[in-house]
Ligand binder design. Structure first.
Ligand code: UTP
Length: 473
Protein backbone atom coordinates (compact mmCIF):
# COMPACT_ATOMS: atom_id res chain seq x y z
CA UNK A 1 0.00 0.00 0.00
CA UNK A 2 1.47 3.40 -0.91
CA UNK A 3 1.64 5.96 1.86
CA UNK A 4 -1.06 8.12 0.43
CA UNK A 5 -3.67 5.35 -0.02
CA UNK A 6 -2.58 3.98 3.34
CA UNK A 7 -3.21 7.40 4.90
CA UNK A 8 -6.53 7.80 3.14
CA UNK A 9 -7.71 4.41 4.35
CA UNK A 10 -6.38 5.04 7.86
CA UNK A 11 -8.27 8.29 8.08
CA UNK A 12 -11.56 6.80 6.83
CA UNK A 13 -11.33 3.49 8.73
CA UNK A 14 -12.60 4.79 12.11
CA UNK A 15 -15.70 6.27 10.47
CA UNK A 16 -16.31 3.04 8.53
CA UNK A 17 -15.87 0.99 11.71
CA UNK A 18 -18.18 3.28 13.67
CA UNK A 19 -20.81 3.03 10.95
CA UNK A 20 -20.76 -0.78 11.02
CA UNK A 21 -18.81 -1.01 7.74
CA UNK A 22 -15.64 -2.74 8.96
CA UNK A 23 -15.95 -5.30 6.15
CA UNK A 24 -14.96 -2.50 3.75
CA UNK A 25 -11.82 -1.66 5.72
CA UNK A 26 -10.71 -5.27 5.40
CA UNK A 27 -11.66 -5.31 1.71
CA UNK A 28 -9.69 -2.12 1.04
CA UNK A 29 -6.64 -3.62 2.70
CA UNK A 30 -6.90 -6.66 0.44
CA UNK A 31 -7.28 -5.05 -3.00
CA UNK A 32 -4.67 -3.39 -5.22
CA UNK A 33 -3.80 0.27 -4.76
CA UNK A 34 -5.55 1.66 -7.82
CA UNK A 35 -8.81 -0.13 -7.06
CA UNK A 36 -8.53 0.95 -3.44
CA UNK A 37 -8.14 4.56 -4.47
CA UNK A 38 -11.22 4.37 -6.67
CA UNK A 39 -13.27 2.72 -3.94
CA UNK A 40 -12.11 5.27 -1.37
CA UNK A 41 -13.14 8.06 -3.76
CA UNK A 42 -16.69 6.65 -3.67
CA UNK A 43 -16.72 5.92 0.04
CA UNK A 44 -15.70 9.43 1.08
CA UNK A 45 -18.79 10.80 -0.58
CA UNK A 46 -21.14 8.44 1.30
CA UNK A 47 -22.85 10.06 4.29
CA UNK A 48 -21.89 7.30 6.73
CA UNK A 49 -23.64 8.92 9.71
CA UNK A 50 -26.91 9.21 7.82
CA UNK A 51 -26.62 5.62 6.62
CA UNK A 52 -25.78 4.27 10.10
CA UNK A 53 -28.83 6.11 11.45
CA UNK A 54 -31.08 4.64 8.75
CA UNK A 55 -29.76 1.15 9.45
CA UNK A 56 -30.61 1.73 13.14
CA UNK A 57 -34.08 2.82 12.05
CA UNK A 58 -33.63 6.60 12.53
CA UNK A 59 -34.88 9.04 9.88
CA UNK A 60 -37.15 6.44 8.36
CA UNK A 61 -40.68 7.12 7.22
CA UNK A 62 -43.16 6.22 9.93
CA UNK A 63 -46.84 5.91 9.35
CA UNK A 64 -48.09 8.96 11.24
CA UNK A 65 -50.85 8.26 13.69
CA UNK A 66 -54.21 9.99 13.71
CA UNK A 67 -57.44 9.56 11.87
CA UNK A 68 -57.31 9.48 8.12
CA UNK A 69 -59.94 11.32 6.13
CA UNK A 70 -60.40 11.60 2.37
CA UNK A 71 -59.16 14.96 1.04
CA UNK A 72 -61.31 17.68 -0.42
CA UNK A 73 -60.73 17.75 -4.18
CA UNK A 74 -61.40 20.18 -7.01
CA UNK A 75 -62.06 19.41 -10.67
CA UNK A 76 -63.00 20.97 -13.98
CA UNK A 77 -66.66 21.25 -12.96
CA UNK A 78 -65.79 23.57 -10.06
CA UNK A 79 -67.61 26.94 -10.25
CA UNK A 80 -64.22 28.67 -10.12
CA UNK A 81 -62.67 26.54 -12.88
CA UNK A 82 -62.92 29.14 -15.64
CA UNK A 83 -61.29 31.81 -13.52
CA UNK A 84 -58.56 29.41 -12.37
CA UNK A 85 -57.79 28.34 -15.93
CA UNK A 86 -57.38 31.98 -16.87
CA UNK A 87 -55.01 32.46 -13.94
CA UNK A 88 -52.99 29.42 -15.04
CA UNK A 89 -52.84 30.71 -18.61
CA UNK A 90 -51.53 34.02 -17.32
CA UNK A 91 -48.71 32.22 -15.47
CA UNK A 92 -47.73 30.48 -18.72
CA UNK A 93 -48.01 33.68 -20.75
CA UNK A 94 -45.80 35.51 -18.27
CA UNK A 95 -43.11 32.80 -18.36
CA UNK A 96 -43.59 31.95 -14.68
CA UNK A 97 -43.67 28.16 -15.02
CA UNK A 98 -40.85 25.67 -15.61
CA UNK A 99 -41.33 22.03 -16.59
CA UNK A 100 -39.55 19.44 -14.46
CA UNK A 101 -39.22 15.75 -15.38
CA UNK A 102 -37.90 13.28 -12.86
CA UNK A 103 -36.07 10.69 -14.92
CA UNK A 104 -33.43 9.34 -12.57
CA UNK A 105 -35.14 6.03 -11.79
CA UNK A 106 -33.66 2.67 -12.70
CA UNK A 107 -36.69 1.37 -14.59
CA UNK A 108 -35.95 -2.18 -13.53
CA UNK A 109 -39.50 -3.45 -14.05
CA UNK A 110 -39.63 -2.32 -17.68
CA UNK A 111 -36.18 -3.70 -18.42
CA UNK A 112 -35.51 -1.28 -21.33
CA UNK A 113 -31.88 -0.98 -22.29
CA UNK A 114 -31.49 2.77 -21.83
CA UNK A 115 -33.02 5.66 -19.90
CA UNK A 116 -36.81 5.26 -19.72
CA UNK A 117 -37.38 8.58 -21.46
CA UNK A 118 -35.83 7.10 -24.61
CA UNK A 119 -38.52 4.38 -24.74
CA UNK A 120 -40.69 4.45 -27.92
CA UNK A 121 -44.05 5.08 -26.30
CA UNK A 122 -46.62 6.34 -28.78
CA UNK A 123 -48.88 3.89 -30.62
CA UNK A 124 -48.19 4.73 -34.29
CA UNK A 125 -44.95 6.68 -34.66
CA UNK A 126 -43.23 5.20 -31.59
CA UNK A 127 -42.16 8.61 -30.33
CA UNK A 128 -39.90 8.38 -27.32
CA UNK A 129 -41.27 9.78 -24.07
CA UNK A 130 -38.81 12.69 -24.03
CA UNK A 131 -40.03 13.75 -27.49
CA UNK A 132 -43.67 13.64 -26.37
CA UNK A 133 -42.83 16.06 -23.54
CA UNK A 134 -40.67 18.30 -25.75
CA UNK A 135 -43.50 18.62 -28.28
CA UNK A 136 -45.96 19.54 -25.52
CA UNK A 137 -43.55 22.23 -24.35
CA UNK A 138 -43.21 23.62 -27.88
CA UNK A 139 -47.00 23.55 -28.38
CA UNK A 140 -47.54 25.34 -25.06
CA UNK A 141 -45.00 28.02 -26.02
CA UNK A 142 -46.79 28.58 -29.29
CA UNK A 143 -50.13 28.79 -27.57
CA UNK A 144 -49.18 31.24 -24.86
CA UNK A 145 -46.25 33.07 -26.39
CA UNK A 146 -44.42 33.43 -23.09
CA UNK A 147 -41.05 32.65 -24.70
CA UNK A 148 -39.04 29.45 -24.23
CA UNK A 149 -40.26 27.40 -21.26
CA UNK A 150 -37.35 26.16 -19.17
CA UNK A 151 -37.26 22.37 -18.95
CA UNK A 152 -35.33 20.73 -16.14
CA UNK A 153 -34.65 17.01 -16.46
CA UNK A 154 -33.43 15.12 -13.42
CA UNK A 155 -31.15 12.19 -14.21
CA UNK A 156 -29.06 9.92 -12.00
CA UNK A 157 -25.31 9.29 -12.20
CA UNK A 158 -26.14 5.96 -13.90
CA UNK A 159 -28.21 7.42 -16.76
CA UNK A 160 -27.08 11.04 -17.09
CA UNK A 161 -24.60 10.54 -19.95
CA UNK A 162 -26.98 8.34 -21.95
CA UNK A 163 -29.85 10.80 -21.40
CA UNK A 164 -27.84 13.82 -22.46
CA UNK A 165 -26.49 12.10 -25.54
CA UNK A 166 -30.05 11.11 -26.56
CA UNK A 167 -31.08 14.76 -26.40
CA UNK A 168 -27.99 15.78 -28.40
CA UNK A 169 -28.63 13.10 -31.03
CA UNK A 170 -32.17 14.44 -31.41
CA UNK A 171 -31.12 18.10 -31.55
CA UNK A 172 -32.99 18.74 -28.31
CA UNK A 173 -36.21 17.95 -30.22
CA UNK A 174 -36.21 21.45 -31.63
CA UNK A 175 -36.10 23.30 -28.32
CA UNK A 176 -33.96 26.43 -28.10
CA UNK A 177 -30.34 26.36 -27.03
CA UNK A 178 -30.02 26.51 -23.25
CA UNK A 179 -33.69 25.77 -22.68
CA UNK A 180 -33.04 22.29 -21.27
CA UNK A 181 -31.04 21.81 -18.09
CA UNK A 182 -30.00 18.41 -16.76
CA UNK A 183 -29.56 18.00 -13.06
CA UNK A 184 -28.13 14.87 -11.51
CA UNK A 185 -29.72 13.46 -8.40
CA UNK A 186 -27.95 12.02 -5.38
CA UNK A 187 -27.39 8.39 -4.53
CA UNK A 188 -27.49 6.11 -1.50
CA UNK A 189 -25.58 2.87 -1.02
CA UNK A 190 -27.57 -0.36 -1.06
CA UNK A 191 -26.97 -2.47 2.02
CA UNK A 192 -27.48 -6.13 2.91
CA UNK A 193 -29.94 -7.22 5.58
CA UNK A 194 -27.31 -6.59 8.25
CA UNK A 195 -26.83 -3.01 7.05
CA UNK A 196 -23.45 -3.61 5.37
CA UNK A 197 -22.75 -1.61 2.23
CA UNK A 198 -22.72 -3.80 -0.89
CA UNK A 199 -20.15 -3.41 -3.65
CA UNK A 200 -21.13 -3.45 -7.33
CA UNK A 201 -17.54 -4.29 -8.30
CA UNK A 202 -14.28 -4.56 -6.43
CA UNK A 203 -13.78 -0.80 -6.65
CA UNK A 204 -17.38 0.40 -6.77
CA UNK A 205 -20.12 0.80 -4.20
CA UNK A 206 -23.59 -0.50 -5.16
CA UNK A 207 -25.33 2.89 -5.30
CA UNK A 208 -29.00 3.52 -6.03
CA UNK A 209 -30.60 6.88 -6.84
CA UNK A 210 -32.00 8.44 -3.66
CA UNK A 211 -35.63 8.48 -4.84
CA UNK A 212 -37.77 11.17 -6.52
CA UNK A 213 -37.74 13.00 -3.17
CA UNK A 214 -34.10 13.69 -3.99
CA UNK A 215 -35.37 16.05 -6.68
CA UNK A 216 -35.82 18.98 -4.30
CA UNK A 217 -32.26 18.71 -3.04
CA UNK A 218 -30.98 18.22 -6.58
CA UNK A 219 -32.85 21.35 -7.77
CA UNK A 220 -31.26 23.30 -4.95
CA UNK A 221 -27.72 21.95 -5.15
CA UNK A 222 -27.51 22.27 -8.93
CA UNK A 223 -28.40 25.95 -8.71
CA UNK A 224 -31.65 25.33 -10.61
CA UNK A 225 -33.83 26.96 -7.94
CA UNK A 226 -31.64 30.05 -7.88
CA UNK A 227 -31.74 30.18 -11.67
CA UNK A 228 -35.54 29.87 -11.66
CA UNK A 229 -35.84 32.68 -9.18
CA UNK A 230 -33.57 34.98 -11.14
CA UNK A 231 -35.40 34.26 -14.39
CA UNK A 232 -38.83 34.97 -12.89
CA UNK A 233 -40.05 31.36 -12.68
CA UNK A 234 -42.46 30.96 -9.76
CA UNK A 235 -43.94 27.51 -10.24
CA UNK A 236 -42.51 24.11 -11.11
CA UNK A 237 -44.64 21.69 -13.11
CA UNK A 238 -43.37 18.32 -11.85
CA UNK A 239 -44.04 15.03 -13.64
CA UNK A 240 -42.59 11.56 -14.04
CA UNK A 241 -40.88 10.28 -17.14
CA UNK A 242 -43.10 7.26 -17.67
CA UNK A 243 -46.57 8.65 -18.52
CA UNK A 244 -47.12 9.63 -22.18
CA UNK A 245 -50.65 10.91 -21.40
CA UNK A 246 -49.41 13.46 -18.86
CA UNK A 247 -50.57 17.05 -19.45
CA UNK A 248 -47.36 18.68 -18.36
CA UNK A 249 -48.24 22.37 -18.33
CA UNK A 250 -51.92 22.31 -17.49
CA UNK A 251 -53.36 25.83 -17.07
CA UNK A 252 -56.34 24.60 -15.02
CA UNK A 253 -54.15 22.74 -12.53
CA UNK A 254 -51.61 25.57 -12.34
CA UNK A 255 -54.42 28.07 -11.77
CA UNK A 256 -56.04 26.01 -9.00
CA UNK A 257 -52.64 25.54 -7.41
CA UNK A 258 -51.50 29.16 -7.55
CA UNK A 259 -54.71 31.17 -7.36
CA UNK A 260 -57.31 29.24 -5.38
CA UNK A 261 -57.90 30.06 -1.70
CA UNK A 262 -58.12 26.31 -0.97
CA UNK A 263 -54.41 26.10 -1.93
CA UNK A 264 -51.48 27.82 -0.25
CA UNK A 265 -49.78 27.75 -3.65
CA UNK A 266 -46.94 25.63 -2.27
CA UNK A 267 -47.55 22.06 -3.44
CA UNK A 268 -50.52 20.46 -5.18
CA UNK A 269 -51.18 17.06 -6.70
CA UNK A 270 -53.42 15.47 -9.31
CA UNK A 271 -55.51 12.38 -8.62
CA UNK A 272 -57.55 9.86 -10.54
CA UNK A 273 -60.12 7.58 -8.89
CA UNK A 274 -58.57 4.22 -8.04
CA UNK A 275 -59.71 1.37 -10.30
CA UNK A 276 -60.49 -0.79 -7.29
CA UNK A 277 -59.53 -1.02 -3.64
CA UNK A 278 -56.53 -3.23 -4.43
CA UNK A 279 -54.89 -0.97 -7.02
CA UNK A 280 -51.30 -0.34 -6.04
CA UNK A 281 -51.22 3.44 -6.03
CA UNK A 282 -50.78 5.77 -3.08
CA UNK A 283 -53.86 7.77 -2.07
CA UNK A 284 -54.21 11.39 -1.03
CA UNK A 285 -55.50 11.63 2.56
CA UNK A 286 -56.09 14.28 5.22
CA UNK A 287 -54.61 13.82 8.64
CA UNK A 288 -54.11 16.33 11.42
CA UNK A 289 -55.30 19.18 9.21
CA UNK A 290 -52.76 18.45 6.48
CA UNK A 291 -52.97 16.68 3.13
CA UNK A 292 -50.47 14.02 2.16
CA UNK A 293 -50.12 10.69 0.42
CA UNK A 294 -50.39 7.32 2.09
CA UNK A 295 -48.75 4.49 0.21
CA UNK A 296 -50.97 1.58 -0.75
CA UNK A 297 -48.97 -0.73 1.47
CA UNK A 298 -49.59 1.57 4.47
CA UNK A 299 -53.34 1.97 3.99
CA UNK A 300 -55.17 -0.44 6.33
CA UNK A 301 -57.35 -2.87 4.36
CA UNK A 302 -60.58 -1.78 6.08
CA UNK A 303 -59.95 1.83 5.01
CA UNK A 304 -58.83 0.82 1.51
CA UNK A 305 -62.12 -1.03 1.07
CA UNK A 306 -64.48 1.39 2.83
CA UNK A 307 -67.30 2.83 0.76
CA UNK A 308 -68.87 6.29 1.06
CA UNK A 309 -72.52 7.41 0.83
CA UNK A 310 -72.25 7.57 -2.99
CA UNK A 311 -71.12 3.92 -3.03
CA UNK A 312 -67.62 4.91 -4.13
CA UNK A 313 -64.34 4.05 -2.44
CA UNK A 314 -63.83 6.59 0.36
CA UNK A 315 -60.07 6.60 -0.20
CA UNK A 316 -60.11 6.67 -3.98
CA UNK A 317 -57.86 9.66 -4.65
CA UNK A 318 -55.05 7.80 -6.44
CA UNK A 319 -51.82 9.78 -6.71
CA UNK A 320 -50.58 10.04 -10.32
CA UNK A 321 -47.38 11.86 -9.32
CA UNK A 322 -48.13 15.10 -11.12
CA UNK A 323 -47.40 18.08 -8.91
CA UNK A 324 -47.21 21.83 -8.99
CA UNK A 325 -44.55 23.08 -6.58
CA UNK A 326 -43.71 26.71 -5.96
CA UNK A 327 -40.10 27.76 -6.21
CA UNK A 328 -40.49 29.46 -2.83
CA UNK A 329 -41.70 26.20 -1.21
CA UNK A 330 -38.86 24.20 -2.77
CA UNK A 331 -36.38 26.80 -1.51
CA UNK A 332 -37.83 26.61 1.98
CA UNK A 333 -37.59 22.81 1.94
CA UNK A 334 -34.04 22.96 0.67
CA UNK A 335 -32.91 25.61 3.14
CA UNK A 336 -34.25 23.58 6.02
CA UNK A 337 -36.72 26.19 7.20
CA UNK A 338 -39.32 23.44 7.33
CA UNK A 339 -36.82 20.63 7.62
CA UNK A 340 -35.49 19.45 4.27
CA UNK A 341 -35.01 15.94 5.58
CA UNK A 342 -37.77 14.03 3.87
CA UNK A 343 -38.04 10.64 5.58
CA UNK A 344 -36.40 7.67 3.91
CA UNK A 345 -38.37 4.62 2.85
CA UNK A 346 -36.77 1.16 2.84
CA UNK A 347 -37.34 -1.06 -0.17
CA UNK A 348 -36.31 -4.70 -0.26
CA UNK A 349 -34.88 -5.27 -3.76
CA UNK A 350 -32.65 -7.53 -5.83
CA UNK A 351 -29.22 -5.90 -6.05
CA UNK A 352 -26.38 -7.59 -7.95
CA UNK A 353 -23.16 -7.33 -5.97
CA UNK A 354 -19.79 -8.85 -5.20
CA UNK A 355 -19.54 -11.60 -2.60
CA UNK A 356 -16.65 -10.27 -0.54
CA UNK A 357 -15.83 -13.71 0.87
CA UNK A 358 -15.18 -15.23 -2.55
CA UNK A 359 -14.73 -12.13 -4.73
CA UNK A 360 -17.36 -13.50 -7.17
CA UNK A 361 -20.32 -11.55 -8.57
CA UNK A 362 -23.77 -12.50 -7.28
CA UNK A 363 -26.92 -11.99 -9.37
CA UNK A 364 -29.67 -12.59 -6.83
CA UNK A 365 -32.93 -14.27 -7.78
CA UNK A 366 -34.75 -12.97 -4.69
CA UNK A 367 -34.58 -9.61 -2.87
CA UNK A 368 -31.31 -9.51 -0.99
CA UNK A 369 -30.75 -5.85 -0.24
CA UNK A 370 -32.25 -2.70 1.16
CA UNK A 371 -32.43 0.50 -0.87
CA UNK A 372 -33.12 3.79 0.87
CA UNK A 373 -35.18 6.38 -1.02
CA UNK A 374 -37.14 9.54 -0.29
CA UNK A 375 -40.45 10.34 -1.99
CA UNK A 376 -41.46 13.77 -3.22
CA UNK A 377 -45.05 13.45 -1.98
CA UNK A 378 -43.77 13.38 1.61
CA UNK A 379 -43.28 17.13 1.18
CA UNK A 380 -47.01 17.70 0.73
CA UNK A 381 -47.98 17.78 4.42
CA UNK A 382 -45.37 20.52 4.87
CA UNK A 383 -47.49 22.78 2.71
CA UNK A 384 -50.02 24.87 4.61
CA UNK A 385 -52.88 23.96 2.28
CA UNK A 386 -52.05 21.34 -0.34
CA UNK A 387 -54.66 21.14 -3.08
CA UNK A 388 -55.72 17.95 -4.87
CA UNK A 389 -57.25 18.15 -8.33
CA UNK A 390 -59.23 15.27 -9.76
CA UNK A 391 -58.80 14.34 -13.39
CA UNK A 392 -59.72 11.31 -15.46
CA UNK A 393 -57.45 8.34 -15.93
CA UNK A 394 -58.33 8.05 -19.61
CA UNK A 395 -57.28 11.67 -20.17
CA UNK A 396 -54.06 11.83 -18.21
CA UNK A 397 -52.65 8.59 -16.85
CA UNK A 398 -51.25 5.60 -18.73
CA UNK A 399 -47.82 4.95 -17.21
CA UNK A 400 -45.28 2.53 -18.60
CA UNK A 401 -43.94 0.62 -15.61
CA UNK A 402 -43.95 -3.09 -16.44
CA UNK A 403 -42.79 -5.03 -19.49
CA UNK A 404 -46.19 -6.70 -19.82
CA UNK A 405 -49.75 -6.62 -18.49
CA UNK A 406 -51.01 -3.67 -16.47
CA UNK A 407 -49.15 -0.37 -16.89
CA UNK A 408 -47.09 -1.77 -19.76
CA UNK A 409 -46.16 -0.37 -23.20
CA UNK A 410 -49.12 -2.28 -24.69
CA UNK A 411 -51.69 -1.01 -22.16
CA UNK A 412 -50.32 2.53 -22.49
CA UNK A 413 -50.53 2.46 -26.31
CA UNK A 414 -54.12 1.27 -26.06
CA UNK A 415 -54.97 4.06 -23.63
CA UNK A 416 -53.35 6.62 -25.96
CA UNK A 417 -55.47 5.37 -28.89
CA UNK A 418 -58.58 5.43 -26.71
CA UNK A 419 -57.98 9.03 -25.68
CA UNK A 420 -57.32 10.07 -29.26
CA UNK A 421 -60.56 8.34 -30.34
CA UNK A 422 -62.54 10.04 -27.58
CA UNK A 423 -61.16 13.46 -28.59
CA UNK A 424 -62.01 12.84 -32.25
CA UNK A 425 -65.52 11.70 -31.36
CA UNK A 426 -66.14 15.02 -29.57
CA UNK A 427 -65.61 16.60 -33.02
CA UNK A 428 -68.04 14.22 -34.70
CA UNK A 429 -65.46 11.87 -36.25
CA UNK A 430 -66.83 8.34 -36.58
CA UNK A 431 -64.26 6.01 -35.02
CA UNK A 432 -64.45 2.25 -35.60
CA UNK A 433 -64.98 0.33 -32.40
CA UNK A 434 -65.15 -3.36 -31.48
CA UNK A 435 -68.48 -4.74 -30.25
CA UNK A 436 -67.17 -4.47 -26.66
CA UNK A 437 -66.57 -0.75 -27.17
CA UNK A 438 -62.79 -0.76 -27.54
CA UNK A 439 -61.40 1.37 -30.34
CA UNK A 440 -60.68 -0.79 -33.41
CA UNK A 441 -57.89 1.37 -34.87
CA UNK A 442 -54.53 2.73 -33.73
CA UNK A 443 -54.62 6.50 -33.42
CA UNK A 444 -52.02 9.03 -32.39
CA UNK A 445 -52.70 12.74 -31.96
CA UNK A 446 -49.49 14.71 -31.83
CA UNK A 447 -49.06 17.36 -29.12
CA UNK A 448 -48.51 19.99 -31.81
CA UNK A 449 -51.94 19.22 -33.22
CA UNK A 450 -53.80 19.25 -29.92
CA UNK A 451 -53.03 19.31 -26.21
CA UNK A 452 -56.67 18.66 -25.33
CA UNK A 453 -59.89 17.77 -27.16
CA UNK A 454 -60.94 21.40 -27.54
CA UNK A 455 -57.79 22.13 -29.60
CA UNK A 456 -59.17 19.90 -32.39
CA UNK A 457 -61.88 22.48 -33.10
CA UNK A 458 -59.59 24.34 -35.50
CA UNK A 459 -58.13 21.25 -37.21
CA UNK A 460 -59.11 19.58 -40.48
CA UNK A 461 -60.12 16.07 -39.43
CA UNK A 462 -61.10 12.89 -41.29
CA UNK A 463 -64.80 12.00 -41.31
CA UNK A 464 -64.12 8.55 -40.01
CA UNK A 465 -61.40 6.18 -38.78
CA UNK A 466 -61.70 2.72 -40.32
CA UNK A 467 -61.19 -0.55 -38.45
CA UNK A 468 -57.59 -1.74 -38.41
CA UNK A 469 -56.20 1.59 -39.65
CA UNK A 470 -53.22 3.41 -38.21
CA UNK A 471 -53.73 7.14 -38.13
CA UNK A 472 -51.53 10.05 -37.10
CA UNK A 473 -53.21 13.41 -36.63
P1 UTP B 1 -40.65 4.45 -10.17
O1 UTP B 1 -41.14 4.39 -8.78
O2 UTP B 1 -41.55 3.93 -11.23
O3 UTP B 1 -39.23 3.75 -10.22
O4 UTP B 1 -40.29 5.96 -10.50
P2 UTP B 1 -38.26 3.44 -11.44
O5 UTP B 1 -36.89 3.40 -10.84
O6 UTP B 1 -38.45 4.36 -12.60
O7 UTP B 1 -38.70 2.02 -11.93
P3 UTP B 1 -38.54 0.58 -11.22
O8 UTP B 1 -39.27 0.66 -9.91
O9 UTP B 1 -37.06 0.34 -11.07
O10 UTP B 1 -39.17 -0.35 -12.21
C1 UTP B 1 -41.27 6.90 -10.71
C2 UTP B 1 -40.63 8.13 -11.34
O11 UTP B 1 -39.68 8.70 -10.46
C3 UTP B 1 -38.42 8.78 -11.09
C4 UTP B 1 -38.46 7.75 -12.21
O12 UTP B 1 -37.53 8.06 -13.23
C5 UTP B 1 -39.90 7.87 -12.65
O13 UTP B 1 -40.09 9.01 -13.47
N1 UTP B 1 -37.38 8.49 -10.09
C6 UTP B 1 -37.49 7.42 -9.29
C7 UTP B 1 -36.29 9.31 -10.05
O14 UTP B 1 -36.17 10.30 -10.82
N2 UTP B 1 -35.31 9.04 -9.15
C8 UTP B 1 -35.38 8.00 -8.30
O15 UTP B 1 -34.45 7.81 -7.49
C9 UTP B 1 -36.50 7.16 -8.37
Amino acid sequence: MTTSTHDRLASLAPALDAAGQSHLVKWCEAIDGESRDRLLDELVSVDLDLLAGLVRGEGLHEEASGDLEPPETVDASDPAALERRTAGEALLREGKVAAFTVAGGQGTRLGWNGPKGTFPATPVTGRPLFRVFAEQILATEQRFGGGPIAWYVMTSPANDAATQSFFRDNNDFGLAAGQIRFIVQGTMPSVDDAGRILLAAKDRVALNPDGHGGSIRALHESGALAEMRSSGVEQISYFQVDNPLVRILDPLFLGFHAADPRSSGEMSGKMVPKRNSGEKVGVFCRRGGRTGVVEYSDLPADLAESIDGDRRLRFRAGNIAVHAISVAFAERLASGERGFGLPFHRAHKKVPHLDLATGSPVDPTAPNAIKFETFVFDAMPLAERALVMETSRGEEFAPIKNAEGEDSPASSREAQSERAAAWLETRGVKVARHPDGRVAATIEIQPRTALCAADLATQALPDRIDPGSEVVI
